[in-house]
Design a protein around this ligand. Structure first.
Ligand SMILES: [Zn+2]
Length: 126
C-alpha cells in the first residue's frame, strides 16, 4: 500500500511551484488554500484587464467616428484614421453586403476596404 504512494507522479502547485503533499485527494492543484485563492484572483484580474483594454479601444474608435461625422466626413483613409487613434481591428460586428464588408462600432456603421472606410453613418438599429 505504501509502495503505491511512492510511485505516484509528484504534482506541483500551480501558483508557487512547490510539490504538493498528498492528504487524501490526489487531484490537488495547489499546495494550500492561500495559493489557490491568489491563483484565481490573478486570473480574474487578468480577464478584467483584457476586457478593459478592448473596451477602451472600442470607445476610442467610437469617439473618432463621432468626431468625423460631426465634421461631415464619411470616408477616410486608414492611415489618417490611425493618426486620430482609430484601430480598425476593434469593431462590435461586421457583415458582408453585396461583396462589401460593413463594420459596426456600436451605433456607427461603415464599409471597410484594405485602405479606407467609407459611407460612415450613424444607425441606432443594430
Ligand atoms: Zn503553493
Amino acid at each position: 500500500m505504501g509502495y503505491d504512494l511512492i510511485k505516484k507522479e509528484p504534482r506541483y502547485c500551480l501558483e508557487c511551484g512547490e510539490p504538493i503533499t498528498y492528504s487524501g485527494r490526489s487531484d490537488k492543484k495547489f499546495c494550500s488554500c492561500g495559493c489557490r485563492n491568489s491563483y484565481h484572483n490573478k486570473s480574474h484580474h487578468n480577464d478584467r484587464a483584457i476586457k478593459r483594454r478592448i473596451t477602451a479601444s472600442l470607445e476610442r474608435n467610437h469617439e473618432v467616428l463621432k468626431r468625423l461625422l460631426r465634421m461631415g466626413v464619411t470616408s477616410m483613409s486608414l492611415p489618417d484614421l490611425s493618426q486620430m487613434g482609430f484601430n480598425p481591428e476593434y469593431i462590435t460586428s461586421f457583415s458582408r453586403k453585396g461583396g462589401r464588408t460593413e463594420c459596426r462600432c456600436y451605433d456607427f456603421k461603415y464599409f471597410l476596404t484594405p485602405t479606407r472606410i467609407f459611407s460612415l453613418a450613424r444607425s441606432p438599429l443594430v
